[in-house]
Design a protein around this ligand. Structure first.
Ligand SMILES: Cc1cc2nc3c(=O)[nH]c(=O)nc-3n(C[C@H](O)[C@H](O)[C@H](O)COP(=O)(O)OP(=O)(O)OC[C@H]3O[C@@H](n4cnc5c(N)ncnc54)[C@H](O)[C@@H]3O)c2cc1C
Length: 539
């Protein structure tokens, strides 16, 4: 692609789309080129097509060999935000694709287009009678459901592994053709929304974490609103990670726990409650010293390990699960298990002033985390958790969290492992050693995705605009590399990649598999215009 080719493509897009759908002004382009870590890819323009304009947009891109980069809402913070993998790309932002269709109240099935946000789906379900809950993430309410799902993102409820609950997708190929997977490819197949496999080879998997097509919509299964809901929290000062993992796994295997419990260390919980202490930052002591950590844990009553989860079901099921959880927790010394119902949460809210006095804690700030977690586990998203990304920032925005523009530094590294206490410990040991050596707090959350597999999400948090003379951007990238190398050496591989890591990971992959991926890319996208380098390495 040459400059004149881009100019010709731009002129064609400007003919096709309205002025506000083709963005080329410098401030907007700078925004689109900014993530929560250092990146180098340049953006030439951002397109906001309607669904029926997309094929023509692709045609223009093909004609002028202009590479595109697909995003749904572009809030992939910590993994690259909306920044393309390849330089000189034009971003295709699908946020105008807003339809929510085919809601089947009996089966709990709905189809959402790429631009539908978590907040919009949650609101839609509420308006339809609150019969089903979506599974939402701890990211923004304005994140796209499709964007997260194609990334194989996960949340908290029993439907937390999002891709598992997809029953058909609609994809536009680089040619502009649209295909529907599963039984959706047949007209009027009654089971299209309820039978995942379809007939013959299933193509769905080709389009998750992929650059083989543009996902227009997905059909999703939703969790029926349960008769009863009870949130639970375990907090312990004991270093009993192995036992926690094993206990929670056993409860999952036995069917007591259907949700995806999250086990977070103090460095993942504290950033939700406050920022890095200014006096320690002034002395440039990084990471936070042990003594300070103890003080903050005491102040906020945060444990070394902190579990959040929820029980869903009938009254009887919840009673049994509650008893089983209590039995397990009784085995651990100095470990608190608390259950919070909707009623109890309302009471805490009502008497927060009294509790603040009695417990000597800022209950408003505690509630600012507790309530959104409670609501999130009921499928109601919020922006509240974004505050935690500002841990190393000197100030917190009032409510408008623009992580990329605010200079928030964040890299997520997320690896999967067998649901096994020793594996969790091995990961934690590596993470602590590597992050600490680079001056980062070793924040880590283990999520039991199911009874067999856990996911460890590690956060490298920093301030990209810090004026302390330390090059945090370079440190973070070096830390990420070393962390990956050490985790991979021990057999812990990522479930998801940020925009810089595809090439790196392909070095660890089998040549045969990489060759097949290249073959697929050449077949589906002959001109290599769709998100080059995203999940399929460029040769
Ligand atoms: C504080 C905080 C908490 C977070 N919590 C979670 C969490 O609990 N769970 C979680 O999973 N993530 C979490 N995230 C990470 C991230 O913000 C979310 O995963 C978010 O949903 C991804 O951004 P998005 O939905 O805007 O997707 P996008 O940025 O639009 O898309 C993500 C990627 O998917 C691909 N893509 C997007 N749309 C399409 C399409 N239509 N067709 C083909 N490919 C496409 C592209 O490669 C794109 O880069 C968190 C982030 C922060 C800062």
């Amino acid at each position: 692609m040459t400059c004149s080719q881009f100019n010709a493509a731009l002129a064609a897009w400007q003919q096709l789309l309205a002025a506000e759908q083709v963005v080329i002004d410098t401030p907007s382009i700078r925004k689109a080129e900014t993530a929560t870590f250092a990146t180098t890819s340049s953006v030439l323009a951002v397109l906001y097509p309607e669904r029926d304009q997309l094929a023509a947009c692709l045609n223009i891109a093909k004609q002028y060999k202009q590479q595109l980069y697909t995003i749904s809402s572009g809030k992939n913070w910590g993994y690259g935000s909306q920044v393309p993998v390849s330089s000189d790309s034009v971003i295709v932002n699908l946020s105008r694709l807003k339809r929510i269709t085919n809601y089947d109240k009996k089966q709990g099935v709905v189809t959402v287009e790429a631009g539908v946000t978590q907040a919009e789906l949650a609101q839609f379900l509420l308006e339809q009678g609150d019969k089903h809950w979506m599974d939402c993430t701890g990211s923004s309410a304005s994140c796209s459901v499709v964007g997260n799902t194609v990334e194989r993102g996960f949340g908290h409820t029993a439907y937390g592994e999002h891709v598992k609950y997809v029953c058909g997708i609609e994809v536009m190929l680089a040619s502009g053709q649209v295909i529907k997977t599963g039984l959706h490819r047949f007209n009027d197949a009654k089971a299209a929304g309820v039978y995942q496999a379809g007939i013959g080879p299933a193509l769905d998997g080709l389009f998750f974490q992929s650059n083989l097509g543009i996902v227009l919509s997905i059909t999703l299964w939703l969790m029926p609103k349960p008769e009863c809901f009870l949130a639970f929290y375990i907090s312990t000062e004991q270093d009993i990670l192995e036992q926690l993992v094993e206990s929670l796994c056993q409860l999952k295997r036995q069917g007591y726990l259907t949700s995806l419990p999250h086990i977070a260390n103090a460095f993942r919980v504290l950033p939700g409650l406050q920022q890095f202490p200014a006096d320690v930052a002034a002395k440039q002591i990084y990471p936070l010293p042990e003594q300070e950590l103890s003080r903050l844990k005491n102040q906020w009553q945060v444990g070394r390990w902190n579990v959040s989860g929820a029980l869903y079901g009938t009254k009887g099921q919840i009673k049994l699960a509650k008893a089983a959880l209590k039995t397990h927790c009784r085995r651990f010394k100095k470990t608190q298990l608390n259950f919070i119902s909707d009623t109890l949460l309302s009471l805490i809210e009502k008497y927060q002033w009294l509790l603040s006095k009695l417990l000597r804690r800022d209950m408003a700030r505690v509630l600012a985390v507790l309530k959104p977690v409670h609501m999130m586990m009921q499928g109601k998203p919020s922006d509240n958790f974004l505050a935690s990304a500002y841990w190393r920032m000197p100030t917190l925005p009032d409510n408008d969290f623009k992580l990329d523009q605010d200079g928030v530094g964040l890299i997520w590294c997320a690896v999967v492992a067998p649901a096994d206490g020793q594996c969790a410990r091995n990961i934690e040991t590596i993470v602590s050693r590597v992050l600490t050596s680079f001056g980062f707090e070793a924040g880590i959350t283990f999520t039991l995705l199911n009874e067999r597999c856990l996911d460890a999400v590690i956060s490298i948090g920093f301030n990209r605009q810090s004026n302390d003379g330390i090059d945090w951007d370079s440190k973070a990238l070096a830390c990420r590399r070393q962390l990956y190398e050490q985790l991979l050496k021990e057999g812990f591989f990522p479930y998801r990649l940020d925009i810089n890591m595809t090439q790196f990971m392909s070095e660890y992959s089998s040549l045969e598999y990489e060759n097949v991926l290249q073959l697929l890319k050449n077949t589906f996208d002959t001109d290599n215009i769709l998100s080059p380098g995203r999940y399929i390495a460029t040769q």
